[in-house]
Design a protein around this ligand. Structure first.
Ligand code: ATP
Length: 333
């Protein structure tokens, strides 16, 4: 399969004067998990609803497995499983009746329909709740039911809008496990969340959106390994001997700044984004007689990386210096 599982090209969605989605383009390859991140009102739900063929773009195109969502919505709906951020369930309908109702709507009948409902209930651990009224479930159970509904027709692509919102830690772990299993089965998963650390663990790539524009598309590791807001790298250095030797050394070396002492060393900042430069600094320290026993680059958490990125946008600064070739960063003033 050569075409991307999800391909969005110059997509716009205006609500009157409001540019909810303002010219975004991105591709998600088959079998990968992509996290969609942005502040409230950034345009995530609007984008996802267009991909799910529930809304029309003002301009631009969106495709699922090469099929245009506007021109062929019926085809697209066969390929996607949609988990909205809010979903209604029906009073006086049990879990099994609810899933059976949707299985009929997907066109399954007879044994095949009963098998699909059973398989989905087993996968989402709803078997023991089969006869429970669907409007009397906890939030975690409700999300599992919603996921089950989205999986009935075994879609290739799953679009999940804030599936973990409002879940307690145990329910979040369970949901994360189900998403991991689906990813291992080769499904393409596009998932929005405000819980960045969780997305980082689960996703092959993260798509950051702000004010209807994509500001970064890259892997979580690259963001964590990123630079500080001034384009420098931070290192923790541990030594045998007094931390003073490290601060004295930094004082006479340009482009290396001593930031703070630690019990057996300190934090330094190297004014570069190039790891070769870091290797040179380490090598020079050792040649100069510093007994370095540990030298490691500090990782930022994803929240810091995101806030940092938004700060750059507010200041109208250029692209992030560390975005690797496979990722893209567009800074929009
Ligand atoms: P959240 O994280 O809060 O769910 P979001 O990133 O999903 O936010 P959207 O729901 O896509 O954001 O909304 C983007 C902007 O478009 C918001 O300002 C929202 O108020 C507006 N908007 C969304 N749908 C409509 C609509 N049908 N009519 C008018 N404005 C809308």
């Amino acid at each position: 399969m050569s075409t991307a599982a999800i391909k969005v090209t110059n997509l716009y969605r205006y609500f009157g004067p409001l540019k909810a989605v303002n010219g975004i383009s991105f591709e998600i390859p088959h079998g990968s998990v992509c996290g969609f991140v942005g502040a409230n009102g950034a345009g995530k739900t609007t984008t996802m609803r267009i991909l799910a063929s529930l809304d029309y773009p003002t301009m631009g195109s969106a495709e699922i497995c090469g099929i245009n969502v506007v021109h062929h919505p019926e085809e697209v709906r066969k390929l996607i499983g949609w988990m909205p951020d809010h979903f209604g369930n029906y009073e006086h309908m049990t879990v099994v009746e609810y899933l059976d109702f949707y299985a009929r709507a997907f066109g399954f009948s007879g044994k095949e329909r009963r098998d699909r409902v059973r398989e989905v209930m087993e996968f989402t651990d709803l078997v023991t709740l089969a006869d429970r009224f669907s409007n009397k479930l906890s939030k975690g159970m409700t999300q599992r039911l919603c996921l089950g509904r989205a999986l009935l027709h075994d879609p290739q692509v799953l679009i999940m809008d804030e599936p973990a919102a409002g879940l307690d830690p145990k329910a979040r772990v369970e949901l994360k496990h189900l998403i991991r299993v689906l990813a291992q089965e080769g499904k393409t998963i596009f998932i929005s969340s405000h819980i960045l650390s969780e997305l980082g663990e689960m996703c092959d790539s993260l798509l950051f959106v702000n004010g209807g524009r994509i500001v970064h598309h890259g892997d979580a590791e690259a963001l964590k390994q990123g630079t500080d807001s001034m384009g420098g790298m931070l290192f923790d250095v541990q030594l045998l001997g007094a931390p003073q030797t490290l601060s004295d050394w930094c004082a006479v070396h340009p482009h290396v700044e001593f930031l703070e002492s630690r019990k057996t060393g300190g934090r330094i900042r190297i004014e570069s984004t190039d790891l070769d430069r870091a290797a040179e600094v380490l090598s020079r320290m050792i040649k100069d007689g510093l007994q370095v026993v540990e030298f490691h680059k500090e990782q930022r958490n994803l929240e810091d990386a995101f806030i940092d990125m938004l700060g750059r946008i507010d200041r109208g600064e250029g692209a992030l210096p560390t975005a690797p070739a496979s990722t893209s960063t567009e800074i929009v003033p």
